[in-house]
Design a protein around this ligand. Structure first.
Ligand SMILES: CC(C)(COP(=O)(O)OP(=O)(O)OC[C@H]1O[C@@H](n2cnc3c(N)ncnc32)[C@H](O)[C@@H]1OP(=O)(O)O)[C@@H](O)C(=O)NCCC(=O)NCCS
Length: 195
Protein backbone atom coordinates (compact mmCIF):
# COMPACT_ATOMS: atom_id res chain seq x y z
CA UNK A 1 0.00 0.00 0.00
CA UNK A 2 1.07 3.57 -0.59
CA UNK A 3 -0.28 7.07 -0.15
CA UNK A 4 -1.11 9.03 -3.23
CA UNK A 5 -2.70 12.41 -3.83
CA UNK A 6 -5.63 12.84 -6.19
CA UNK A 7 -6.08 16.20 -7.86
CA UNK A 8 -9.65 17.42 -7.39
CA UNK A 9 -11.33 20.39 -8.98
CA UNK A 10 -13.75 22.50 -7.03
CA UNK A 11 -16.37 23.85 -9.41
CA UNK A 12 -19.11 26.39 -8.67
CA UNK A 13 -22.47 27.21 -10.16
CA UNK A 14 -24.04 30.65 -9.82
CA UNK A 15 -27.77 30.24 -9.17
CA UNK A 16 -28.63 33.91 -9.57
CA UNK A 17 -28.89 33.60 -13.37
CA UNK A 18 -31.00 31.36 -15.56
CA UNK A 19 -30.56 27.64 -15.03
CA UNK A 20 -29.59 25.39 -17.95
CA UNK A 21 -32.51 23.69 -19.71
CA UNK A 22 -34.13 20.65 -18.10
CA UNK A 23 -33.58 17.60 -20.33
CA UNK A 24 -36.54 15.50 -21.40
CA UNK A 25 -36.31 12.05 -19.87
CA UNK A 26 -36.84 9.02 -22.10
CA UNK A 27 -39.95 6.93 -21.47
CA UNK A 28 -39.89 4.90 -18.28
CA UNK A 29 -37.56 7.24 -16.33
CA UNK A 30 -38.84 9.16 -13.33
CA UNK A 31 -37.20 11.49 -10.80
CA UNK A 32 -38.18 10.91 -7.17
CA UNK A 33 -37.79 13.59 -4.49
CA UNK A 34 -36.15 12.75 -1.16
CA UNK A 35 -38.02 10.78 1.46
CA UNK A 36 -36.52 8.87 4.40
CA UNK A 37 -37.75 5.51 3.09
CA UNK A 38 -35.51 5.98 0.00
CA UNK A 39 -32.29 6.11 2.05
CA UNK A 40 -31.36 2.50 1.26
CA UNK A 41 -32.07 2.99 -2.46
CA UNK A 42 -29.78 6.03 -2.57
CA UNK A 43 -27.03 4.01 -0.86
CA UNK A 44 -27.46 1.05 -3.20
CA UNK A 45 -27.41 3.09 -6.41
CA UNK A 46 -24.46 5.08 -5.12
CA UNK A 47 -22.59 1.80 -4.64
CA UNK A 48 -23.56 0.49 -8.09
CA UNK A 49 -22.58 3.77 -9.76
CA UNK A 50 -19.19 4.16 -8.09
CA UNK A 51 -17.87 0.68 -7.28
CA UNK A 52 -15.73 0.32 -10.44
CA UNK A 53 -14.91 4.01 -10.83
CA UNK A 54 -11.77 5.95 -9.96
CA UNK A 55 -13.56 7.74 -7.11
CA UNK A 56 -13.78 4.42 -5.27
CA UNK A 57 -9.97 4.73 -4.90
CA UNK A 58 -10.22 8.30 -3.73
CA UNK A 59 -13.03 7.55 -1.25
CA UNK A 60 -12.91 3.83 -0.36
CA UNK A 61 -16.43 4.00 1.16
CA UNK A 62 -17.80 4.46 -2.36
CA UNK A 63 -16.43 1.07 -3.38
CA UNK A 64 -18.30 -0.91 -0.70
CA UNK A 65 -22.02 -1.45 -0.10
CA UNK A 66 -21.64 -0.93 3.67
CA UNK A 67 -19.51 2.14 3.08
CA UNK A 68 -22.20 3.68 0.88
CA UNK A 69 -24.84 2.99 3.55
CA UNK A 70 -22.69 4.71 6.19
CA UNK A 71 -21.98 7.61 3.87
CA UNK A 72 -25.66 8.07 3.08
CA UNK A 73 -26.65 7.93 6.77
CA UNK A 74 -23.95 10.54 7.55
CA UNK A 75 -25.17 12.84 4.77
CA UNK A 76 -28.77 12.65 5.94
CA UNK A 77 -28.40 12.71 9.71
CA UNK A 78 -25.57 15.13 10.47
CA UNK A 79 -27.57 18.35 10.31
CA UNK A 80 -26.21 19.65 6.99
CA UNK A 81 -28.60 17.82 4.68
CA UNK A 82 -30.59 19.68 1.99
CA UNK A 83 -33.49 17.34 1.14
CA UNK A 84 -34.81 19.59 -1.68
CA UNK A 85 -31.52 19.04 -3.57
CA UNK A 86 -31.60 15.24 -3.16
CA UNK A 87 -33.12 13.14 -5.95
CA UNK A 88 -33.28 9.57 -7.15
CA UNK A 89 -33.95 8.25 -10.68
CA UNK A 90 -35.92 5.10 -11.28
CA UNK A 91 -36.53 3.27 -14.54
CA UNK A 92 -39.79 1.41 -14.88
CA UNK A 93 -40.19 -0.19 -18.31
CA UNK A 94 -43.68 -1.23 -19.40
CA UNK A 95 -44.67 -4.67 -18.11
CA UNK A 96 -41.83 -4.81 -15.55
CA UNK A 97 -43.01 -5.77 -12.07
CA UNK A 98 -40.84 -3.30 -10.25
CA UNK A 99 -38.62 -0.33 -11.12
CA UNK A 100 -34.84 -0.31 -11.34
CA UNK A 101 -33.15 2.45 -9.38
CA UNK A 102 -30.44 3.96 -11.57
CA UNK A 103 -29.37 7.44 -10.44
CA UNK A 104 -28.76 9.50 -7.32
CA UNK A 105 -27.69 12.97 -6.20
CA UNK A 106 -27.62 14.46 -2.72
CA UNK A 107 -27.43 18.03 -1.42
CA UNK A 108 -25.69 19.38 1.65
CA UNK A 109 -24.78 22.82 2.99
CA UNK A 110 -21.27 24.12 3.65
CA UNK A 111 -20.76 27.10 5.93
CA UNK A 112 -17.72 29.15 4.94
CA UNK A 113 -15.49 31.02 7.41
CA UNK A 114 -17.12 34.35 6.50
CA UNK A 115 -20.62 33.13 7.40
CA UNK A 116 -21.82 32.32 3.87
CA UNK A 117 -23.86 29.19 3.19
CA UNK A 118 -23.07 27.33 -0.01
CA UNK A 119 -24.92 24.39 -1.47
CA UNK A 120 -22.73 21.31 -1.90
CA UNK A 121 -23.61 18.68 -4.50
CA UNK A 122 -22.59 15.21 -3.35
CA UNK A 123 -21.92 12.08 -5.34
CA UNK A 124 -23.92 12.36 -8.51
CA UNK A 125 -24.01 8.83 -9.87
CA UNK A 126 -25.79 6.98 -12.67
CA UNK A 127 -25.43 3.22 -13.11
CA UNK A 128 -23.38 2.10 -16.07
CA UNK A 129 -26.12 0.86 -18.41
CA UNK A 130 -28.16 4.09 -18.04
CA UNK A 131 -25.37 6.59 -18.76
CA UNK A 132 -25.33 8.97 -21.72
CA UNK A 133 -29.16 9.46 -21.69
CA UNK A 134 -29.27 12.79 -19.92
CA UNK A 135 -29.90 11.42 -16.42
CA UNK A 136 -26.80 13.09 -14.93
CA UNK A 137 -27.90 16.40 -16.38
CA UNK A 138 -31.49 15.86 -15.15
CA UNK A 139 -30.30 15.04 -11.62
CA UNK A 140 -28.11 18.16 -11.53
CA UNK A 141 -30.97 20.28 -12.86
CA UNK A 142 -33.41 19.12 -10.16
CA UNK A 143 -30.77 19.41 -7.46
CA UNK A 144 -29.83 22.99 -8.45
CA UNK A 145 -33.53 23.95 -8.56
CA UNK A 146 -33.90 22.45 -5.08
CA UNK A 147 -30.96 24.48 -3.77
CA UNK A 148 -32.44 27.62 -5.28
CA UNK A 149 -35.84 26.93 -3.69
CA UNK A 150 -34.08 26.44 -0.36
CA UNK A 151 -32.56 29.92 -0.67
CA UNK A 152 -29.02 29.24 -1.90
CA UNK A 153 -27.37 31.45 -4.54
CA UNK A 154 -24.16 29.45 -5.05
CA UNK A 155 -23.52 25.73 -5.27
CA UNK A 156 -20.25 23.83 -5.56
CA UNK A 157 -19.04 20.32 -6.16
CA UNK A 158 -15.69 18.59 -6.27
CA UNK A 159 -14.64 16.25 -9.04
CA UNK A 160 -11.49 14.17 -9.50
CA UNK A 161 -9.51 15.88 -12.30
CA UNK A 162 -9.02 12.61 -14.20
CA UNK A 163 -12.78 12.04 -14.35
CA UNK A 164 -12.75 13.92 -17.63
CA UNK A 165 -16.27 12.92 -18.76
CA UNK A 166 -17.79 14.29 -15.55
CA UNK A 167 -15.62 17.45 -15.69
CA UNK A 168 -16.78 18.09 -19.27
CA UNK A 169 -20.40 17.57 -18.30
CA UNK A 170 -20.16 20.08 -15.42
CA UNK A 171 -18.38 22.64 -17.63
CA UNK A 172 -20.99 22.31 -20.34
CA UNK A 173 -23.77 22.91 -17.81
CA UNK A 174 -22.11 26.10 -16.56
CA UNK A 175 -20.03 25.05 -13.56
CA UNK A 176 -16.77 27.01 -13.35
CA UNK A 177 -13.55 25.84 -11.72
CA UNK A 178 -12.65 27.90 -8.65
CA UNK A 179 -9.94 25.89 -6.92
CA UNK A 180 -7.69 22.84 -7.08
CA UNK A 181 -7.44 20.66 -3.98
CA UNK A 182 -5.53 17.45 -3.32
CA UNK A 183 -7.06 14.47 -1.52
CA UNK A 184 -4.72 11.95 0.08
CA UNK A 185 -5.77 8.32 -0.26
CA UNK A 186 -4.21 4.97 0.51
CA UNK A 187 -4.09 2.81 -2.62
CA UNK A 188 -2.60 -0.51 -3.66
CA UNK A 189 0.89 -0.17 -5.13
CA UNK A 190 -0.29 -1.25 -8.58
CA UNK A 191 -2.91 1.53 -8.54
CA UNK A 192 -0.37 4.27 -7.80
CA UNK A 193 0.11 4.90 -11.50
CA UNK A 194 -3.50 6.08 -11.81
CA UNK A 195 -3.17 8.98 -9.42
C1 LIG B 1 -20.79 11.43 -14.52
C2 LIG B 1 -22.14 10.73 -14.62
C3 LIG B 1 -22.99 11.04 -13.40
C4 LIG B 1 -22.84 11.29 -15.88
O1 LIG B 1 -24.14 10.70 -15.95
P1 LIG B 1 -24.90 10.52 -17.33
O2 LIG B 1 -26.30 10.13 -17.03
O3 LIG B 1 -24.13 9.65 -18.25
O4 LIG B 1 -24.84 12.02 -17.85
P2 LIG B 1 -25.61 12.64 -19.08
O5 LIG B 1 -26.19 11.57 -19.95
O6 LIG B 1 -26.48 13.72 -18.59
O7 LIG B 1 -24.40 13.32 -19.84
C5 LIG B 1 -23.49 12.50 -20.53
C6 LIG B 1 -22.23 13.27 -20.67
O8 LIG B 1 -21.47 12.97 -19.51
C7 LIG B 1 -20.20 12.52 -19.87
N1 LIG B 1 -19.96 11.17 -19.34
C8 LIG B 1 -19.15 10.97 -18.30
N2 LIG B 1 -19.01 9.68 -18.06
C9 LIG B 1 -19.78 9.01 -18.95
C10 LIG B 1 -20.05 7.63 -19.19
N3 LIG B 1 -19.45 6.66 -18.48
N4 LIG B 1 -20.95 7.29 -20.17
C11 LIG B 1 -21.54 8.26 -20.92
N5 LIG B 1 -21.29 9.59 -20.73
C12 LIG B 1 -20.41 9.96 -19.76
C13 LIG B 1 -20.04 12.62 -21.35
O9 LIG B 1 -19.22 13.76 -21.56
C14 LIG B 1 -21.44 12.86 -21.90
O10 LIG B 1 -21.35 13.90 -22.79
P3 LIG B 1 -22.13 13.92 -24.16
O11 LIG B 1 -23.53 14.36 -23.81
O12 LIG B 1 -21.37 14.93 -24.95
O13 LIG B 1 -22.09 12.54 -24.74
C15 LIG B 1 -21.99 9.21 -14.82
O14 LIG B 1 -21.11 8.96 -15.87
C16 LIG B 1 -21.49 8.47 -13.57
O15 LIG B 1 -22.26 8.10 -12.70
N6 LIG B 1 -20.17 8.21 -13.49
C17 LIG B 1 -19.60 7.43 -12.39
C18 LIG B 1 -19.69 8.15 -11.06
C19 LIG B 1 -18.98 9.50 -11.14
O16 LIG B 1 -17.81 9.58 -11.49
N7 LIG B 1 -19.72 10.56 -10.77
C20 LIG B 1 -19.18 11.92 -10.76
C21 LIG B 1 -18.63 12.21 -9.42
S1 LIG B 1 -18.02 13.88 -9.34
Amino acid sequence: MGITYFKRLRMEYDLSGQLFAEPLLAEGYELLPWSEDLLKDHAEVKYKSFRFEMDANVFPNLGARDGCRRLMADIVHRGRFVPQATWLVQYWPQLARRPEICGTIQGMVEETGDGQRLGAVQNVGVTDSHRGRGLGRALLHRSLLGFREAGYTRVFLEVTAQNSGAVRLYQRLGFRQTKVVFKAAEVLDEELAYA
